[in-house]
Design a protein around this ligand. Structure first.
Ligand code: NAD
Length: 261
């Protein structure tokens, strides 16, 4: 697949990348930019139709891509995903744990089942995919995992549910801890904490709207929302040899916002 003019020249040819939640939004942007950099892609998403659509788009542009319907919160699905990766590509070099769900819901209204659901997808799903992926990467003593966390896991983000914020904060710490367990196995692991990104698609979950508050003056020094490509470019850097001395880190990509976004 030809690199676009605007994409940094990073060469991932010969690499196999698995991207969860790649059927749309940030995950689709990461998958397509990795394909443009030469990687073979596994598009894992709960929504089979959108996973196939992204895989076909990559194939039409000359890349290799496999769509696998996966619920990352279901252990059997995660095992099936990595079995398919092994069968099809004989291994994985890069894993992007991107799939995530959120509710904008006040703390006092969050149901126990909603808490469990958000933690099951965002945190347990990231744990299971990382573990299965790392077991495959360690056989080559080489690999890279990138977790998509959130601004909301590091700062107060007005209106974001505490279950979402807690799941993303846990991903940041999981990233730090796993850097020590996986580094000796030749595997780097980092996270990206995006701020508000225009994905142009409805979010994955029904939301309870929280009344918008007055904007915080100077909260975002750049004054604009990011695009999925801003997150994809950061992921490209982290997956490339340019980041060979970087592990356990969370790169905040939020326009410099330090408070409520
Ligand atoms: N968009 C933002 O502004 C923003 C900001 C900070 C962090 N993030 C994080 O970035 C990631 C992607 O966000 P997005 O805005 O592109 O999301 P999105 O809702 O547009 O897309 C998420 C994708 O994940 C898939 N998915 C949902 N549950 C899944 C499951 N259990 N198993 C497999 N796939 C599943 C959905 O089908 C969908 O294709 C998420 O982890 C999100 O928390 C997004």
């Amino acid at each position: 697949m030809a690199q676009s003019e605007s994409q940094p020249k990073i060469d991932l040819s010969g690499k196999v990348a698995v991207v969860t939640g790649a059927g749309r939004g940030i995950g689709a942007a990461i998958a397509e930019s990795f394909a443009r950099a030469g990687a073979d892609l596994v598009i894992a998403d709960l929504n089979e139709a959108s996973a196939r659509h992204v895989a076909e788009r990559i194939q039409q542009l000359g890349g290799k891509a496999l769509a696998v319907k996966t619920d990352i919160a279901a252990p059997a699905d995660v095992d099936r995903l990595f079995a398919a990766v092994q069968d099809h590509f004989a291994g994985v070099d890069i894993l992007i744990n991107n799939a995530g769900i959120w509710f904008r819901k006040p703390f006092l209204e969050i149901g126990d089942d909603e808490w469990d659901q958000v933690l099951a997808v965002n945190l347990k799903g990231t744990f299971m995919c990382s573990q299965r992926g790392a077991r495959m990467m360690m056989t080559k003593h080489s690999g890279c995992i990138i977790n998509i966390a959130s601004h909301a896991g590091l700062f107060y983000s007005r209106g974001q549910g505490v279950h979402y914020a807690a799941s993303k904060a846990a991903i940041v710490q999981m990233t730090r801890v796993l850097a020590f367990e996986l580094g000796p196995l030749g595997i780097r692991i980092n996270a990206i904490a995006p701020g508000g990104v225009n994905t142009g698609s409805p979010t994955s979950m029904p939301q309870t709207e929280v009344a918008p508050s007055a904007p915080v003056a100077g909260a975002n020094p750049l004054g604009f929302r990011g695009d999925p490509a801003d997150i994809a470019n950061t992921a490209l850097f982290l997956a490339s040899p340019l980041a060979r001395f970087t592990t356990g880190q969370t790169l905040v990509v939020n326009g410099g916002t330090i408070g409520s976004s």
